[in-house]
Write a protein that binds this ligand. Sequence first.
Ligand code: TRP
Length: 331
Amino acid sequence: MSKTRVFSGTRATGRLHLGNYFGAVKGYIDLQNDPKYDCIYMAVDVHTITTPYDHRTLAQATKEIIMDYLAAGLDPEKAVVTIQSLVPEHVELAFLFASIVSVAKMQHLPTFKDKVKQHPDNVTMALLNYPTLMAADILAYKTELVPAGLDQEPHIEVTREIARRMNDLYGTDFPETKRFATPAQYVPSLTGEGKMSKSVEGSSINLTDDLATIKKRLASCPTDSGKGSTIPEKGGVANLLTFVEIFQGSERKKSYEADYFGNGLRYGDLKAELAEAIFDHLAPIREKRLELEKNPDYVNKVIKEGAEKARAIASATLAETKRKMGFYVQN
Ligand code: TRP
């Protein structure tokens, strides 16, 4: 029985946080552990340069993602773990795909519009091509399933459109990729608004933060008087209770809710206890991460071998695509 191909990627913009872990990486781990799937996970550093970035730290930020992946439990014995730019076939395939994608279509994507708003002075060709490159990441491996959040659905829809059009025009056999909604936990932002995100200052806790940092992050989460007849459904208090539920269980959450309706909830105590719970929960990841930091040769080997495995597949797809598109291809 042939296995179902899975691909996903994380942009290389720094360390993984709790939102990445509960929202994505835990799902990646479940899939890698299921023998039905053949998984490829990458730090997508070429996507990182579609918005302003620091060339002095890009390589390090990319490696951080890989080390966090491994510390969290991605296993190179079970899945391919590597860096996108080490598989240059993605960029080449993206250019070929760009020949069948209209500029107008790309300009209308919500993700493009958001980035234009965030970085009005950096509306580049690379940014416009973001979805084309993502389609290349996915289709280079004829990927059927992409574990990713709902916000990625427009990109995966573009990927399906590219696959259909390529197949119609050139007779390729790209699959219609589906998004795989892993049973992810929604991790809210510490600012009280939206989800935890790398790009929102003060919104996140990283997987390897120390206790003092976790306490500091929780301290800045907005609260209220701690008393009342209804608990707000949104904002800092609601988010803190979501964290309590994730890290301390629903019983503890219920007891805080009872305090809120009764004598009052003391947020100082809640935050101190929660910080410890989060810190303890992350202990195995922190330990693994320290071990990896002492073993750069091992990490480099994982990346190198992962790239070799990925290239073997991607180069075959690229050669086939070029041949079907009418290029001169040597055997
Ligand atoms: N666009 C994705 C994000 O912002 C990252 C990404 C790039 C990706 N290529 C991918 C995700 C391929 C899944 C598959 O999170």
